[in-house]
Ligand binder design. Structure first.
Ligand code: SF4
Length: 91
């Protein structure tokens, strides 16, 4: 194998190995109600608003059947499906 080919292969392999690790980390990070941005939006893990939960909010994304879901307002974090914040809007 030529040196140039080896370097290309190494770069491709390293990149491929890092992407899944980064994605797993991002998916696992759960938003804390104590997070400053969460506090600013009055985020709670258990909604007290009837019919308003993160899993039926227009800003929710990902698998909405899960206990934790993605949210456009909190990139790289998961919010609790049963949660709520004051930006909730009907899906
Ligand atoms: S915007 Fe608020 S209510 Fe909607 S999914 Fe995100 S945290 Fe939940």
């Amino acid at each position: 194998m030529k040196r140039r080919d080896f370097l290309k292969l190494s770069a491709a392999t390293t990149g491929a190995a890092l992407i899944p690790v980064h994605n797993l980390y991002a998916q696992d990070e759960k938003l804390s109600p104590d997070d400053p941005q969460a506090k600013a939006l009055n985020y709670v893990e258990e909604s007290e608003k009837e019919g308003q939960r993160c899993d039926n909010c227009v800003h929710a994304k990902g698998d909405l059947e899960s206990e934790w879901v993605g949210c456009n307002l909190f990139p790289n974090k998961q919010v609790k499906a049963s949660g709520w914040c004051n930006v909730w809007a009907e899906r």
